[in-house]
Write a protein that binds this ligand. Structure first.
Ligand code: 5GP
Length: 188
């Protein structure tokens, strides 16, 4: 099986469609933040790294790139509590922040991140999410959304299953869902 075209991944969103949508999101963000000194893009590791790289390169407004890491998945069949694994290295007081996240499933992780960052006194905090699954138990506000997707395990364009498939240029559905993936050690 080649890394580029694994047989157990069915393409859901093509590379061209992703690239087009990332450009659209960048145009929206530019319009909304025009005249702002700087926007702090906070990429949530690891899944957002490719999305963040593409988005940041398409933005023509001043932007700064930061990262956070959290663990959120799961503990047996239960979604576990969100834990902060790596914090920002910068003070976001009085600054405009956009959380750049790969995927919203239950919504718990993004809700945690929004609350956590809002408590630090920024000028604003919004979120930019690549894909969102339906019927999340939590409903954090997603200001910029790439795609709504069905409730299936997706990989590619930064998203993994057990650290596999992140480099795929498209987003695909893993044909064998990760029922065995339940673990205390998340791979984000
Ligand atoms: P939440 O349920 O808190 O919205 O999402 C928790 C985390 O689970 C996401 O940030 C992501 O790391 C992971 N996750 C949920 N669904 C998927 C999926 O379909 N594919 C991948 N690769 N990760 C997912």
């Amino acid at each position: 099986m080649s890394q580029e075209d694994p047989s157990n991944v069915r393409e859901l969103i093509s590379e061209a469609r992703i690239q087009e949508r990332v450009s659209e999101l960048a145009r929206q963000i530019e319009a909304d933040y025009e005249g702002t000194d700087e926007v702090v893009l906070v990429g949530i590791l690891k899944g957002s790294f490719i999305f963040l790289a593409d988005l940041a390169r398409r933005l023509s407004i001043p932007r700064r790139i930061e990262f956070m890491a959290v663990s959120s998945y799961r503990d047996g069949d239960r979604a576990g509590a969100v834990r902060l694994l790596m914090d920002l290295r910068t003070d976001i007081r009085q600054r405009h922040v956009i959380i750049v996240e790969d995927i919203v499933d239950s919504g718990r992780t993004l809700e945690y991140l929004l609350n956590n960052l809002k408590a630090r006194g920024p000028a604003s905090v919004e979120s930019c999410v690549l894909v969102r699954k339906p019927d999340g138990e939590h409903t954090p506000t997603v200001r910029y959304l790439g795609f709504e997707i069905p409730d299936a395990w997706v990989v590619g364009y930064g998203l993994d299953f057990a650290e596999q498939h992140r480099p795929l240029p498209y987003i695909g559905v893993l044909e064998q869902p990760p029922g065995d993936a339940a673990s205390d050690e998340p791979s984000r």
